[in-house]
Design a protein around this ligand. Structure first.
Ligand code: ATP
Length: 320
């Protein structure tokens, strides 16, 4: 491999910049050239490609978002788009690519690999919903941001003796909700993986906890649960307890990455370059049992994972 292209794709996540920096600097140290492909697969098809040197990644490790920008690209889902992408890589002398993104981005990486461009994927998503890894770039920062926001809502909720529903990100993945639920001492945690849509159980829980003197009732909803504002109205009507919903939203995606996200993303970026240097392709880097590992992309895409049942079980006991 002589020239490595790097792109970020799908939703942005804090720590992506640390991974970009690590790819650039590890590649340069190995005597390779690096090209930044801006705006994900869209930018590849538009040939939005820039040369990168050690200085082009200076001062980015502490910044959220991605300096390469990110996008979703329908055209790259087509065979024609994928062939065009591989041709453009060849035209620019790019013989290895590092893709940072979620499962969808991995599908694109696999297509590039099949077309003869050595490609390595890194898991970048705040949702933690990538089966082959215990860690994804951005989760740690996002969950800390959400935790701090929920602490603030909890203060005002206690003062007013309210019920607060706080909706966190994660689409159909309840990791942020579960972690915050435990970290913030929520009374109820609703995640799509386990929610039975039995609102009466929650209403009874609120009434019971009121009786034992709880000053607030915090419910953490994962994004996929449904309309949190509508749920707040129903709960207020049924319990008589003032109930407000707060949707934390995109602040969870931004901000300066935590130390863990900076360090792990750096290690993953460096590993991607090591894999390319060793001639590997169609691999995804993961973190399992305390080690950075890599898997075949097809194998990784076929893996499944579930929320940690032990954490879910104890979350109930801890909220008594
Ligand atoms: P996030 O989890 O943040 O949404 P993601 O990587 O899963 O990240 P997607 O929108 O699913 O986000 O995928 C990002 C891009 O990857 C798509 O816009 C598309 O260009 C490419 N992609 C997704 N699926 C495929 C596929 N089957 N074949 C080729 N490219 C794909």
């Amino acid at each position: 491999i002589n020239t490595i292209g790097i792109l970020t794709s799908g939703g942005d996540a804090p720590g992506m910049n640390a991974a970009i920096r690590a790819v650039v600097r590890t590649a340069l140290a190995a005597g390779k050239k690096v090209k930044g492909i801006r705006r994900g697969y869209s930018g590849l098809l538009e040939e939005d490609i820039i040369d990168m040197d050690a200085k082009s990644v200076a001062d980015i490790i502490s910044r959220g978002g991605t300096v390469l920008y990110t996008a979703r690209c329908a055209e790259f889902r087509t065979e024609e788009g994928q062939r065009k992408g591989a041709e453009i890589c060849k035209k620019h002398g790019i013989d290895g690519v590092v893709v940072i993104g979620g499962d969808g981005s991995f599908q694109g990486a696999k297509k590039l690999a099949n077309l003869g461009i050595n490609t390595i994927a890194l898991p970048g998503t705040i949702d933690l919903d990538i089966a082959c890894t215990d860690y994804t770039i951005g989760f740690d920062t996002a969950v800390n941001t959400a935790m701090e926001a929920i602490d603030k809502v909890r203060d005002t909720s206690t003062s007013h003796e309210r019920c607060s529903i706080i909706e966190v990100m994660g689409r159909n993945a309840g990791y942020i909700a579960l972690w915050c639920g435990i970290a913030n001492g929520a009374e109820d945690i609703l995640i799509t993986e386990r929610y039975d849509h039995n609102e009466n159980r929650i209403i009874n829980n609120i009434i019971e906890k009121r009786k034992v003197g709880k000053k607030h009732h915090i419910i953490i909803n994962a994004e996929g649960i449904g309309d949190s504002y509508a749920m707040a109205k129903r709960i207020e009507a049924a319990t008589g307890m003032e109930t407000r919903a707060t949707i934390i939203g995109h602040i969870q995606r931004g901000g300066s990455p935590t130390c863990k996200d900076r360090v792990y993303a750096s290690a993953m970026g460096a590993k991607a370059v090591d894999l390319l240097s060793a001639g590997a392709t169609n691999r995804v880097v993961g973190y399992r049992n305390g080690e950075f590992v890599d898997y075949d992309i097809d194998e990784a895409l076929n893996m499944t994972k579930d929320i940690d049942q032990y954490l879910f079980d104890i979350s109930k006991k801890l909220s008594r």
